[in-house]
Design a binder for this molecule. Structure first.
Ligand code: ZN
Length: 69
C-alpha cells in the first residue's frame, strides 16, 4: 500500500495513527483494539467492518515480551 496514503490514514474513532500489518492486510488501531481490513489495496475505514483484536494482539510489539516491569 502507498506509504503516503498510509501516513494520511487515521482511526475514524480516536483519530489516532494506524499500524499497517502487511501480512494480514489490516490497519490496526491499538487504542481501540480494532483492525480495519484492506481490500484490494483499499483501506476500509469503517468501525463496523473492523475486526476486534484478540487480547494478545492488543499488546504493543515489544522485544522479548518478558518481565512485567
Ligand atoms: Zn482508534
Amino acid at each position: 500500500m502507498d506509504k503516503e496514503l498510509l501516513a494520511m490514514l487515521v482511526c475514524p474513532l480516536c483519530k489516532g495513527k494506524l499500524k499497517f500489518d502487511r501480512e494480514a492486510q489490516e490497519l490496526i488501531c491499538h487504542y481501540d483494539g480494532l483492525a480495519y481490513p484492506v481490500r484490494d489495496g483499499i483501506p476500509v475505514m469503517l468501525p463496523e467492518e473492523a475486526r476486534q483484536l484478540e487480547v494478545d494482539e492488543k499488546l504493543p510489539p515489544s522485544p522479548g515480551r518478558s518481565g512485567e516491569a
